[in-house]
Ligand binder design. Sequence first.
Ligand code: NAD
Length: 315
Amino acid sequence: MKFAMIGAGAMGLRYGILLQEAGNDVTFIDTWQPHIDKIREQGGVYVMRDHKDRYLTKIKLETPETYDDDPDMLIFFTKQMQLEDYLKRCKHFFNDRQYAFTCMNGMGHIEKLQKYFADDKIIGGTALIATVLPGPGEVDFMGKRGAGMMNMCPLNEKPDDMCYQLFNELKKAQMNPTLTNDFTGTLMTKVIFNSVINTICTMFEIPMGEFGNFKGAYQMGRQLIDEAYDICARAGIHLVSTRDEEMAALDHNTRIDMPLHYPSMYQDMIKDRPTEVDYINGYIANLGRKYHYEAATHLFVTQAVHLAEYHRQNE
Ligand code: NAD
């Protein structure tokens, strides 16, 4: 299958390199100049697993302006606030035949993709796959080969041949995909999960296990989960886990699966980049407003993360 990976950051590189190793034709498209320069200078990307076994992988890299091909599938792995700019700069190679797939965190990206792609060509998903970009030209795949898992679902909830082909390629690449049948429920369940772990660990600059092992973790998580679930109930969104299942997943993920991992939002904070909190807790709070529900904790937490960003900028 021919892929264009739009956004060659941590996740773009992980998906793209693993799809390439599984035999696919992948071209990476990026705009961050120091990253592009470094990859060209060293003749590829340095890949590590859990900070070890560093090796150089050759990749095809273009900018939106220099890419002029016709891929079957465009995969979007930008930060939420970068997507609009990427879409505008890449639109010259979009056409009606192509599919757009993404496992970005947060919400807001699907509406942006709908401006360029028909609903039956959009496939969304979520990824529980931890990856870090330590600096330009290198990527650290956290966990062993085959670690992590992901969900995917076409926007129209009717998987077609291309969707199954993508699923098979992701399976070959050991991304452990599950095809679900509820688009919004799948995406929102992950947004709610991130609204607890990503946000709290980022605000306090702590690894996930430190939150999971804290005796007040259940109470803090439960308050955010309850608000989000109440809002989804009002909005008619069917979530794929119950509240208790979501709490159990949070506990397992923080204490057992990835206690030493810092969430991707934290990576932005320490690099003094803006976080995606407005698209996670902020999105939940805005959805609440639409249904006359004041999500006081999500609103507070959104501003607390912005305060932490502001504090770092003024340090
Ligand atoms: P990323 O920041 O690594 O890369 C996204 C884009 O930002 C790329 O174009 C990259 O080149 C650019 N970039 C990276 N560092 C930069 C810097 N210092 N200055 C300017 N540009 C820079 O993002 P990611 O972690 O790949 O995340 C993409 C999406 O996937 C996000 O929505 C994220 O929340 C989600 N996600 C990430 C992870 C993870 O573990 N990294 C896991 C699941 C979902």
